[in-house]
Design a protein around this ligand. Structure first.
Ligand code: SF4
Ligand code: SF4
Length: 89
């Protein structure tokens, strides 16, 4: 039971200090979560502290690869619009 950081991480360091288990460390090119230390904050907080503070959508995922802050969840931009912009780029 552990979360993971994806390559959409922008290395802002915000999650490092809020982790109660010191599970997050630099792992070039982005930060990484030590699966042996991450408890998903179970028993300590109601939500994963790294995901709660992370400003980037899709940067932190669960074991199924599902984003804790999915596309559009932080910006409020509708997912359909984001995907249309991505296809047009
Ligand atoms: S879910 Fe909690 S324990 Fe796991 S890396 Fe994030 S802050 Fe640390
Ligand atoms: S808070 Fe998010 S963007 Fe910032 S270092 Fe952690 S995972 Fe990366």
């Amino acid at each position: 039971m552990a979360l993971a950081i994806t390559e959409t991480c922008v290395n802002c360091w915000a999650c490092v200090d809020v982790c109660p288990n010191a599970a997050i460390a630099w792992d070039d090119p982005v930060f990484a979560i030590d699966t042996r230390k991450c408890t998903e904050c179970t028993g300590e907080f109601a939500e994963a502290q790294c995901a709660a503070i992370c400003p980037i959508e899709c940067a932190i995922v669960n074991e199924l690869g599902e984003a804790l802050n999915p596309l559009g969840s932080l910006t409020g931009i509708p997912v359909g619009k984001l995907l249309a912009l991505k296809e047009a780029a």
